[in-house]
Design a protein around this ligand. Structure first.
Ligand code: PMP
Length: 282
């Protein structure tokens, strides 16, 4: 694979960053993930805008201008011959002698790499739906910043696997926050319910797009917290993310949701999202 590191395109074996990088020492960094379908970037502008916000919240600046970011993404798609896949972009505060205080003039580290995922939009899981378990949300309080501290979500994924499920929905004060790497939804009748924005969840790019399409299609949307009990009584459940688009959830904590099959609202939103976002892909 060709990766991008601090201004250079290099084979992954030759890519190097400092052992003093604060991303490594403190998880002092942010990231974005953009999907590629048919060689084109999905929702790129929105991901770039959220990146700026994440950086700003941590008093960091992007080492690369927005239009240059697009060029780097495109060059990596080309160099790695990606038809369908994902592009990860990570920016850390850079290398500095170890100290909790932010260094005064560290140069940010920027890394981009690709993952090829042939058939990403036709994953079999979209036909069968996925199973989730509920776990306590033990992450920090600024989940609206897309930082590289992913240890608890990673542990959550392992708890899900150990339980024979695909993912975990995290619960705080009795209400679902989100999945380990996705936003969580339930459907009751013609109403789509998903947690309101705040510091407790990541403001998903796919979430924003899907809710806009749902409203355009005259579906009702309620942005509010819901409990696992309410989810168990729902007609459908699903998740959204840049890598899974819209993915039906058919089981929570071992109990089937609705008739235990992917729901029609989730399937319809998946189609609309894929169609519309492909039209705008860059
Ligand atoms: N929540 C969390 C915790 C995530 O990691 C992600 C995926 N990056 C999402 C939600 C979904 O966000 P997006 O639609 O922008 O991929």
């Amino acid at each position: 694979r060709t990766v991008y590191v601090n201004g250079q395109y290099v084979p992954e074996e030759d890519a190097k960053i400092s052992v003093f990088d604060r991303g490594f020492l403190f998880a002092d960094g942010v990231y974005e993930v953009t999907s590629v379908l048919g060689g084109k970037l999905i929702d790129f502008a929105a991901h770039a805008t959220r990146l700026e916000r994440s950086l700003g919240e941590l008093q960091m600046e992007s080492p690369v201008a927005k239009d240059e970011l697009l060029e780097i993404h495109r060059e990596l798609v080309r160099a790695n011959d990606i038809t369908d896949g994902l592009i990860y972009l990570q920016i850390t505060r850079g290398a500095a002698d170890r100290d909790f205080a932010f260094p005064e003039n560290a140069t940010p580290t920027i890394v981009l790499f690709t993952q090829s995922k042939p058939g990403l939009a036709n994953s079999p899981a979209a036909q069968t739906g996925i199973k989730v378990i509920s776990i306590e949300d033990q992450r920090w309080g600024r989940r609206d910043i897309k930082t590289v501290q992913l240890l608890y979500p990673s542990m959550g994924k392992m708890m899900a696997k150990a339980a024979g499920a695909d993912d975990a929905w995290m619960v705080e004060d009795g209400h679902v926050t989100e999945g380990t790497s996705n936003n969580a939804y339930i459907v009751k009748g013609n109403t789509i319910i998903t947690r309101h924005l705040g510091n407790e969840i990541l403001h998903g790019i796919t979430r924003a797009a899907v809710l806009a399409f749902a409203r355009e299609a005259q579906m009702k949307v309620e942005e509010r917290a819901f409990t696992i009990d309410e989810a168990l009584q729902a007609d459908e459940a699903f998740i959204t993310s840049a890598s899974s688009f819209v993915m039906p959830v058919v089981e929570i904590d071992g109990t089937g949701i609705g008739n235990g099959e992917p729901g029609s609202v989730a399937q319809r939103l998946r189609e609309i999202y894929l169609d519309e976002s492909l039209k705008k892909a860059v």
